[in-house]
Each structure stands twice: as structure tokens, then as C-alpha cells.
Ligand binder design. Structure first.
Ligand SMILES: O=C(O)C1=C[C@@H](OP(=O)(O)O)[C@@H](O)[C@H](O)C1
Ligand SMILES: C=C(OP(=O)(O)O)C(=O)O
Length: 430
């Protein structure tokens, strides 16, 4: 599927974005491990979260839905309700699915094989398989369990302490989920704060979980109780609309009920620092997570330098931030973001390659990129590289490029933001 974009006169209106991907995955997984029903509202009907549901269903978990409104009920029967799957589990394109599922599978007394698409089969898994093996799981895969397909023989785990070399919520979450079924305590220390949705949701489902500074720990054997969860709008999806409104002259867009968890809101901080006209209001909580409405109006942006602890708080927003940088005065420099190389595509290489097609001056750095802004963009023929965030970032660049932009192989947008093109169309003023 190709996505064709021409520049509008402006973007205006009030909208919502689909449910948060990270929170949707966790709601389905914790719902499956809990006793009793978990009713989820606004579950993300994106391919990644549907892959999580399918993996759980493959282990005998029963669901009602999801219906077209994103209502999904998980009929949890505790960890013992999960059975050995008869077939290979398929995590599709989703790093979150495979890594968090590995944490669950490590503590379950049966044999499973889990795999994913060509992109996922290239992504590093040693970061979860090594610590899970240390807790007692047996895991096999190519290059010493570095690459999927992975075979897991789970069972009795022993809690352990880990100091993570990279700030990764997927690794932290896999270890906490394994820790939930392990003997004793499991401790995870991170080098910088990564998203804390797992910790919040474990607590919301009744588990005791402790946190001090950058260390979080959990005692094994705790029982989760099914709950009602309303998933906030995904700030990572909202980011595309926020940048679009900030760079298309005359725009004024409001996005309702977006998750603004402080471990995810780096994009707001950076857009503000770049001079964006942002208003954040109507703050409240949904199922243990903070949400707010976000209004963005067009303004002139300027480039800045970002790095350090901010990076994990906006890691998935770097492709769209690079687009904002291309339209800002001066230079946008991103450092400390080598993790971008192991996402759905090598996002340093794909952002640089695709932005150059618009005539943008951009350079890859070992751990980030440098974008020189201020030059007019020319419409381009882009490739998604099978990466949803690249497809959407380049679509936003197309909104301000002279002429027509085509994003080839844009079906991957459905991984995280089904309805993206439709929402852009409803906001267009021509
Ligand atoms: O835990 C999660 O839901 C996620 C964590 C991040 O990955 P890492 O843990 O690899 O940094 C992020 O890039 C991904 O989109 C979702
Ligand atoms: C990196 C991402 O997701 P995942 O790791 O779950 O594939 C993303 O959504 O940008």
C-alpha cells in the first residue's frame, strides 16, 4: 500500500489518537496472568498488540473481543491458565511482544517456540535471554539465543539482581514479569529511567512493587487481580500530529486524552524548547496513568541539541523529531541514541536516507544524527523500510514539501497507528 501526501493549507481541528501501544500490550498480558476478568477500553487495534493477543490465545487464554471500539475482555485464570502452545507463537513486528512474552514464558513449566517477522528476527534478544537464563530458564536460538526464533523451556525461577547496560523498558519488564513467578526477590537497576508502565500496571493489578531511584524490585508469587483498564491515547502516535501542526503554517490541532506519563513525555519538553506553541490542559488520570489534552499551533521552530537521560523518554519520537529539525532554524543534534539502530529498522540510517530525498541536509552520527534545518523541502518518493515510524515521519515531511510525496509500503503504519491517514485527512484544510 502506498500513501500519497500533498501539502494542505493548514491542519485544524480536535481529534484523538488510538490507545497507547505499550499500555495495551501490558493490559493484555497482565490480564492473562491475573485471576478474573480484565476489561480493557481503547485497546490499540494495531498489528503489534493484536500479535500479543494471538500469542496469549495460542496458550489457551480466552478473550472476548476486541470489538471495533477497542473493547477487549481478558478472562484471566492466573498463570496456571496458560498452557503449552501447540504451535509456534508469532510476535510479528513487535519487539515488545517477544521480549515481554519471554519474561512470562521463562516462569511457565512448558516448552514454547516464539518468532516474528524478518525485522524482528534481526533484533537483539540476548539482552533478555541472558538474564532470564540466569534466573533458571532454558532458552535456545541462533547465535547463542541472540536471535529469534527462540525456544524456551520455562519452569521454577530464582529471583536475581540485574544492572542493565541500556535503559530498556522491554528488558526491565521481561525481568519483572519473570520475577513475579520467581522464588524470592528480583531487582532491576537501569542506567536511566525508561517507561514505567509495567510497574504502574502491576501495582494497579494489586502487586506490591518497590522503587528507589533507578532500581525497582518485586517479590515472586504474588497474585494479580483482573481490573478495568482504560488505555490513554498514545503520545508516540500523537507526536506525528503534534509535529505536523507545529510545522504546517496556520495549523491549530487539539488531541484529547493523550498519555503524558513523565517517562514518555520527552517530546513535549523538546518541542517546547524548540519554540513550539504547546498547551497542555485537562490533566487527569486513567487507570493509574496521567493523561491530558494537547493543543499545538503553528510556530517557527529552532534546532537544539538533545541527549542523555532525555533519550529513553522520547526514543520512538526521534524520527518525527528529525522532521521537525529539518523545518527548524539552525541545527537539531541527537546524541546517546544508538538504540535507534536496533528498532524495526536502523532508524539512524533510514531517517538520514529518507530525509535526504526531500533535499534535507542530514548526517548520521555514531549515536544519533545532525539535521540542518531551514531549507525548503521537495516532495519525494520514500520507502518505509517496513518501519511504521519512518512511514509516518516521512508522511509528515510530505505535508510541507513542494509537490507530491509518496510513501511506498506504508501498510506498516497499522503496527501502531491504524487510521493515521484518515485522521490527517479530517484535519486538512485545503
Ligand atoms: O516497553 C515498551 O513498551 C517499549 C519500549 C521501548 O523499547 P526498548 O525497551 O527496547 O527501549 C520502545 O522503543 C518500544 O516502542 C516500546
Ligand atoms: C520500537 C518500537 O516497538 P517494538 O520495540 O515493540 O517493536 C516502536 O514502536 O517504535
Amino acid at each position: 500500500m502506498n500513501l500519497e501526501i500533498t501539502p494542505p493549507r493548514a491542519l485544524r481541528g480536535i481529534t484523538r489518537v488510538p490507545g497507547d501501544k505499550s499500555i495495551s500490550h501490558r493490559a493484555a498480558m497482565l490480564g492473562a496472568l491475573a485471576e478474573g476478568d480484565t476489561q480493557i477500553e481503547n485497546f490499540l487495534m494495531g498489528a503489534d498488540c493484536l500479535a500479543t493477543v494471538k500469542c496469549l490465545a495460542g496458550m489457551g487464554v480466552s478473550f472476548t473481543g476486541p470489538d471495533e471500539n477497542g473493547r477487549l475482555t481478558v478472562h484471566g485464570r492466573g498463570p496456571a491458565g496458560l498452557k503449552e502452545p501447540e504451535n509456534v507463537l508469532d510476535a510479528g513486528n513487535s519487539g515488545t511482544t517477544i521480549r515481554l512474552m519471554l519474561g512470562i514464558l521463562a516462569g511457565l513449566p512448558f516448552f514454547t517456540v516464539i518468532t516474528g517477522d524478518a525485522s524482528l528476527r534481526r533484533r537483539p534478544m540476548k539482552r533478555v535471554t541472558a538474564p532470564l537464563s540466569r534466573m533458571g530458564a532454558r532458552i535456545w536460538g541462533r547465535q547463542e539465543a541472540s536471535l529469534a526464533p527462540l525456544a524456551v523451556r520455562g519452569g521454577e525461577l530464582q529471583g536475581a539482581g540485574f544492572s542493565l547496560p541500556v535503559a530498556s523498558a522491554q528488558v526491565k519488564s521481561a525481568l519483572l514479569l519473570a520475577g513475579l513467578s520467581a522464588r524470592g526477590e528480583t531487582r532491576v537497576a537501569e542506567p536511566a529511567p525508561s517507561r514505567d508502565h509495567t510497574e504502574r500496571m502491576l501495582q494497579y493489578f494489586g502487586a506490591e512493587i518497590h522503587k528507589e531511584g533507578l532500581t525497582v524490585w518485586i517479590r515472586g508469587g504474588q497474585v494479580l487481580a483482573g481490573r478495568r483498564v482504560t488505555v490513554p491515547g498514545d503520545i508516540s502516535s500523537a507526536a506525528f500530529l503534534m509535529v505536523a501542526a507545529a510545522v504546517v503554517p496556520g495549523s491549530d490541532v487539539t488531541i484529547r486524552e493523550v498519555g503524558v506519563n513523565p517517562t514518555r513525555d520527552g517530546i513535549l519538553e523538546v518541542l517546547r524548547a524548540m519554540g513550539a506553541d504547546l498547551e497542555i490542559f485537562n490533566r487527569h488520570h486513567l487507570g493509574g496513568e496521567p493523561v491530558a489534552d494537547i493543543r499545538v499551533r503553528y510556530s517557527r521552530l529552532k534546532g537544539i541539541t538533545i541527549g542523555g537521560e532525555l533519550i529513553p523518554r522520547l526514543i520512538d519520537e526521534i524520527p518525527i523529531l528529525a522532521v521537525a529539525g529539518a523545518l527548524a532554524e539552525g541545527e537539531l543534534v541527537v546524541r546517546d541514541a544508538a538504540e535507534l539502530k536496533v528498532k524495526e529498522s536502523n532508524r539512524i540510517a533510514t531517517v538520514v536516507g529518507e530525509l535526504r530525498k526531500f533535499g534535507v541536509e542530514v548526517e548520521a552520527l555514531a549515536d544519533g544524527l545532525r539535521v540542518r534545518g531551514g531549507r525548503p523541502l521537495t516532495g519525494a518518493l520514500c520507502e518505509s523500510h517496513g518501519d511504521h515510524r519512518i512511514a509516518m515521519a516521512m508522511a509528515v515531511a510530505g505535508l510541507v514539501a513542494r509537490g507530491k510525496t509518496v510513501i511506498q509500503d506504508a501498510g506498516c503504519v497499522d503496527v501502531s497507528f491504524p487510521g493515521f491517514a484518515g485522521i490527517l485527512n479530517t484535519l486538512r484544510v485545503d
